[in-house]
Design a protein around this ligand. Structure first.
Ligand code: ZN
Ligand code: ZN
Ligand code: ZN
Length: 128
């Protein structure tokens, strides 16, 4: 379908304060007043806020990454040496002595892409 652009000077700015049309303003950090259509809200919460670390606020995206993150970064019994790195996959019981070993395992045995953002366990998902 072709659109006609003639005489269409209707470039009013999107109102960010429009509340009528089924939208939600997300006030959770780090969003701080991001406006979302209501149908995207649930998925937004799941993606950006459900699996956020309560200790440091990082977004771990999935429950399993959050669990690994808590275990490796915030478990007082794990500080110093003796940290065991569990596999990213819930169903896999492998443990590793280093994060690097775990990455090779994930690539080899679970077909993770080599450019997967493995540091997500330590750093969380960069928010943009
Ligand atoms: Zn949000
Ligand atoms: Zn954390
Ligand atoms: Zn594994």
């Amino acid at each position: 379908m072709k659109r006609s652009f003639e005489a269409s000077h209707d470039d009013r700015p999107e109102s960010s304060f429009k509340t009528a049309e089924l939208g939600v303003t997300c006030r959770e950090p780090p969003c701080m007043n991001v406006y979302l259509p209501i149908e995207l809200y649930q998925c937004h919460i799941e993606q950006y806020h459900d699996n956020r670390c309560v200790e440091c606020g990082k977004n771990l995206v999935t429950e399993s990454f959050l669990r690994l993150h808590l275990e490796e970064m915030h478990n007082p019994f794990n500080s110093g040496n003796g940290v065991r790195y569990s596999c990213f996959e819930d169903q896999c019981d492998e443990k590793f002595c280093s994060h690097q070993e775990r990455i090779s395992h994930a690539v080899k045995c679970h077909q993770y892409p080599e450019n997967f953002h493995f540091d997500i366990v330590q750093n969380g998902q960069p928010f943009n």
